[in-house]
Design a protein around this ligand. Structure first.
Ligand code: FES
Ligand code: FES
Length: 212
């Protein structure tokens, strides 16, 4: 009987009998095209994803070695996380052609999960394996820096998955530190579930602004 390899990708359990580069599985089988193939040999970082919270290059991880892991790509970031990166990278002008950006974001995400308020040196270290052919890296470092600290509580919380879509990721007895500026508690306060304001209708938003 042939072996199968199972792992979760963006919260969904996946199984494959093929042992091949995870990058090819993500792009060709799941059509998760945020994972870019810049070199296929572990040298450029454009394929960076998170595996069990750590930034790894998907072109050198195989489906066999990914068995049992939780894989996360840019597509699997919560709405609020995407908004935070879009805002931060846009604000500082970090994007030119954009080819390296998904990998930079995932390297940044792995860093911010562990270190919500990183130093410039920590950011440089986190993206040292990520090559950008367009920028001088300075703005990308600023973008990651801006995405993290203002909503540090977000990065430590557990995602809430609804139908395979991560809507928000803060739940528990305390609110994110930035609430209620950009978060609103849901209609069942006892659950202490918090939802990013931009996923709510305008009437339900606590503050109609993008504070983070
Ligand atoms: S495509 Fe994976 S490191 Fe270049
Ligand atoms: S923005 Fe073009 S490769 Fe980085």
């Amino acid at each position: 009987m042939s072996e199968t390899y199972s792992f979760t990708v963006n919260g969904v359990l996946r199984e494959t009998a093929e042992d091949k580069p995870l990058l090819r599985y993500l792009r060709d089988d799941l059509r998760l095209t945020s994972c870019k193939d810049g070199c296929s040999e572990g040298a450029c970082g454009t394929c960076t994803i998170a595996a069990d919270g750590k930034a790894v290059r998907a072109c050198i991880l195989t489906t066999k070695k990914a068995a049992g892991k939780n894989i996360l790509t840019v597509e699997g970031l919560s709405v609020a996380e995407k908004e935070a990166f879009v805002y931060a990278f846009g604000k500082v002008g970090a994007v030119q052609c954009g080819f390296c950006i998904p990998g930079m974001v995932m390297a940044g995400k792995a860093l911010l999960d562990a270190t919500p308020n990183p130093t410039e040196g920590e950011i440089k270290k986190a993206i040292r394996g990520n090559v950008c052919r367009c920028t001088g890296y300075k703005k990308i470092i600023e973008g990651i820096s801006l995405a993290g600290p203002s909503c540090g509580a977000r990065w430590k919380s557990t995602p809430i998955w609804k139908g395979g879509i991560p809507l928000a990721w803060a739940t528990g007895p305390s609110a994110p530190t930035c609430a209620p500026r950009c978060w609103a508690m849901d209609s069942t306060p006892t659950t202490y579930t918090w939802t990013a304001w931009f996923t709510l209708p305008p009437s339900a938003r606590s503050t109609p602004g993008r504070g983070c």
